[in-house]
Design a protein around this ligand. Structure first.
Ligand code: 1GP
Length: 243
């Protein structure tokens, strides 16, 4: 396993209260030919990390895309895999996600065991991450693929207890997910309560489509925000996020 440089950098940024922003690129939707032009915009923006992953991705598409991305940016590339087949040694790190909001053993521990023989052979920084899916107004791909129910957005106690359990289990990052294309992002109230209760870095994603929602997430306490769909739909969003 690589030295924990990406995690150390995240911790350092959190300590300095720097805002981290990840662009999520889904190999299933992103056309590799677009990489150069797309990353020119990414590099000119306040984006700090590149996440690569999707719910259903053709076997070698992730490796191909990560390789292309690496040619056009120096930002750290972190895998955000929907499945074991999306693990590629070309990336810098891997979010080793356990879907602790759900009760499907495959996504709590099963796929992780499957991934080990691959991870032993490659040099990838592994980031143990507690992943919580929060209800967001419509059924999302995460819900369908994992066959789990999201946590109710009004049941604050279960949300903070689940987050805390993740921290006590030793997870190093907590990820509050509304789901890609969510109608409602994770609320400010949820972000603030979770942030107050845990000491590990907090990632928030799903349904964040404009600068106001991005600011709201940071104000509430998100250390890193992840945005995918808004950049896919309208690349002019990058212009609002120039350095
Ligand atoms: C990352 O799945 C999200 O947590 C990305 O969501 O595509 O809605 O930005 P969007």
């Amino acid at each position: 396993m690589k030295t924990k440089s990406i995690y150390k950098n995240i911790l350092a940024s959190v300590h300095l209260k720097e805002r981290l922003l990840a662009v999520l690129v889904d190999p299933d939707k992103f056309c590799v030919e677009k990489t150069k032009a797309f990353f020119k915009k990414v590099n000119a923006s306040i984006i700090t990390h590149v996440f690569v992953g999707g719910s259903t991705v053709e076997e070698r598409a992730t490796a191909r895309l990560v390789e292309a991305i690496k040619q056009h940016t120096n930002l750290p590339v972190v895998l955000f895999p929907g499945d074991v087949t999306q693990i590629s040694e070309k990336a810098d790190a891997l979010l080793f996600l356990s879907l602790i909001s759900g009760r499907n053993p495959e996504y709590l521990i099963g796929k992780h065991i499957e991934a080990i023989s691959k991870l032993r052979k490659i040099n990838l920084e592994v980031l143990p991450t507690g992943y919580l899916l929060i209800e967001s107004g419509k059924k999302t791909a995460v819900e369908t693929v994992t066959n789990t129910k999201p946590l109710s957005r009004s049941d604050m106690q279960t949300i903070i207890d689940t987050a805390k359990a993740g921290e006590y289990l030793g997870m190093q990052i907590l990820y509050l997910e509304a789901g890609s294309g969510a109608l409602q992002p994770v609320s400010k109230a949820i972000i603030a309560l979770v942030k107050q209760d845990i000491a590990i870095p907090l990632i928030v994603g799903g349904g964040i489509k404009n600068k106001e929602q991005l600011e709201n997430a940071y104000h509430a306490g998100a250390d890193m925000v992840v945005i995918g769909t808004a950049f896919e739909d309208d690349e002019s969003f990058f212009d609002e996020l120039k350095k």
